[in-house]
Design a protein around this ligand. Structure first.
Ligand code: DOR
Length: 425
C-alpha cells in the first residue's frame, strides 16, 4: 500500500514533513517524496491528514477472561481500531487474574482468535491480585507478559512489593503502580474536596495517591526495578515524581484523557458516568497535569479504558461500578485538553513513548518497522456512545465536540478501520 501526501509525524526519527509512505508485507519499506505506485499497489490519498506510527494504549481493560458482558477481546480491540490504536496492553484484573502462565495461554488463544489489533498482556504482581504472594515473574514473561501490575488494586504491603520488585529484577517488564492507599481511600466514591462535601459523598483525598506514588518511587529507586505510575492524577504525585527524578530516578508515568480534561465538578452533572479510580480531581490538579505534559514531565497518554455494563453504571453514585470507556474518545479528548501541543510531542505520547516503556515493537515508521500506522485529521465530531464499537457506552465525554479524529487505522499493513467508509472492523 502506498500512503500518499500525508504529513508524516514520527518522533522516533524525528520527522515532520509531507511524505509518501510505502508498506509491504507487514513492514514499512519506503519513505519518500513523489513515490509512484507499483503495478497493482493500493494507494491511499492522505492529503490534509497526519500519518503517524500506530498509537499504543498501554492501559486498557479487555475484560476477558471472566467478564465478557462488560467487554470482549473482539469488541475492545475493535474499539481500539476506531480510536486509532494499533496495539493495547491489557490489564490483569480479569477472572481468573492474569497471574499464571495457563491463564495467559487462554488469553493468547482468545487474542489469536478474536483480536483486531495487537494485544500485550500485563501480568499481575501478586497471585489473585491479593497483595500477598508474588507471581512467578519469569514464567509470566515467558508466557507473554510485557509488564506487571495489580491494577485496580494497590499492593498495600510495602514488604510484599519490595520483595516482588527484587524477585522481578532480572525480568524485563516494568512494574506499573496503581496508586491508591486503601485505608485513606476507604469507601470513597469520588475525590475528597469541596464538591464531595457539598454532595455529602465519601471522598478519597489526593494524599491517598501521593503517599503510594512516593512509596513506589522510593522502592523502585532502592531496588533498581524499572517503574511506571499509572493514571497519575494529582499535583502531589507529580511533585513526588519530579523529586525522584531530581535524585536520579528514571520512573515513567502516564495520564488519562479524563484527568487532563475533567474535574470533580463533572460529578455534579455526570454522576455515576464520572465515577473512576483514581477519581476526577480538582481544577488545579488537571491544570498541573496539562502543564506537566507540555513540560515533558508526563511520558505517555493512556486511557484506562474500563467499561462496565449499562446496568452497573446506572443508578446512584454510591453503588455504580468504577471506570468508563475511553478508547474511542481518546484522540479527540487529548487534543481538546492540549490543542497547542506540538504534533511530534503529541504522537510521542501516544505511540513512541508507550512502545519504549513497554519494550514492544512499534512507535516508529522507520523503514523495516511493523506497518502499524494511524492516520488522523483535524475534523470536528461529536461523541455519540451509540456509535461505539465498545460494549461500554458510558463516558462523561458523551455529547462533547472534539476537533481531532481518526481517519484510518492500519495494523500489520492491513487497513482495519477507515472512518469515511465505515469498513467493518
Ligand atoms: O476506574 C477504574 N476502573 N480504575 C481502575 O483502576 C480499574 C478499573 C476497572 O477495572 O474497572
Amino acid at each position: 500500500m502506498l500512503i500518499r501526501n500525508g504529513r508524516l509525524v514520527d518522533p522516533s526519527q524525528p520527522l515532520d514533513a509531507v511524505r509518501d509512505l510505502r508498506l509491504d508485507r507487514g513492514l514499512v519499506v519506503e519513505i519518500g517524496e513523489h513515490l509512484q505506485p507499483h503495478a497493482g499497489e493500493a494507494t491511499f490519498d492522505a492529503s490534509g491528514t497526519i500519518v503517524a506510527p500506530g498509537f499504543i494504549d498501554m492501559h486498557v481493560h479487555l475484560r476477558e477472561p471472566g467478564f465478557p458482558e462488560k467487554e470482549t477481546i473482539a469488541t475492545g480491540t475493535r474499539a481500539a481500531l476506531r480510536g486509532g490504536f494499533t496495539a493495547v496492553a491489557c490489564m490483569p484484573n480479569t477472572n481468573p487474574a492474569l497471574d499464571d502462565p495457563a491463564v495467559l495461554a487462554t488469553l493468547a488463544q482468545l487474542v489469536a482468535r478474536d483480536a483486531r489489533c495487537r494485544v500485550y498482556p500485563v501480568g499481575a504482581i501478586t497471585r489473585g491480585r491479593k497483595g500477598e504472594a508474588p507471581v512467578d515473574f519469569a514464567a509470566l514473561a515467558r508466557a507473554g507478559a510485557v509488564a506487571f501490575s495489580d491494577d485496580g488494586n494497590t499492593v498495600m504491603n510495602a514488604r510484599v512489593l519490595r520483595d516482588a520488585a527484587i524477585d522481578a529484577l532480572a525480568v524485563d517488564g516494568v512494574f506499573i503502580s496503581h496508586a491508591e492507599d486503601e485505608h485513606l481511600k476507604g469507601n470513597a466514591v469520588m475525590h475528597e474536596g469541596a464538591v464531595s462535601r457539598a454532595l455529602g459523598l465519601p471522598g478519597s483525598p489526593a494524599v491517598a495517591e501521593d503517599v503510594i506514588v512516593a512509596r513506589d518511587l522510593l522502592i523502585g529507586a532502592e531496588t533498581g526495578k524499572r517503574w511506571h505510575i499509572a493514571h497519575l492524577s494529582t499535583h502531589g504525585a507529580l511533585e513526588a515524581l519530579q523529586h525522584a527524578r531530581a535524585h536520579g530516578g528514571a520512573a515513567t508515568c502516564e495520564v488519562t484523557p479524563h484527568h487532563l480534561l475533567l474535574t470533580d465538578e463533572t460529578i455534579r452533572t455526570a454522576g455515576a458516568a464520572g465515577k473512576v479510580n483514581p477519581p476526577l480531581r480538582e481544577a488545579d490538579d488537571a491544570r498541573a497535569l496539562r502543564d506537566a505534559v507540555r513540560d515533558g514531565v508526563i511520558d505517555a497518554f493512556a486511557t484506562d479504558h474500563a467499561q462496565h455494563t449499562q446496568a452497573e453504571k446506572s443508578g446512584d453514585l454510591l453503588h455504580a461500578a468504577v471506570g468508563f470507556t475511553g478508547l474511542e474518545v481518546a484522540l479527540g479528548a487529548y487534543a481538546h485538553a492540549l490543542p497547542d501541543l506540538p504534533l511530534l510531542r503529541f504522537v510521542d505520547l501516544l505511540s513512541t513513548a508507550p512502545a519504549r516503556i513497554l519494550g514492544v515493537a512499534g512507535g516508529t515508521l522507520r523503514v523495516g518497522s511493523p506497518a502499524d500506522v494511524t492516520i488522523f485529521a483535524e475534523r470536528p465530531w461529536r461523541v455519540d456512545p451509540a456509535r461505539f464499537a465498545s460494549k461500554g457506552t458510558t463516558t462523561p465525554f458523551a455529547g462533547m465536540t472534539f476537533a481531532r479524529r481518526v481517519v484510518a487505522t492500519i495494523v500489520d499493513g492491513e487497513m482495519r478501520y477507515r472512518d469515511d467508509e465505515r469498513t467493518p472492523s
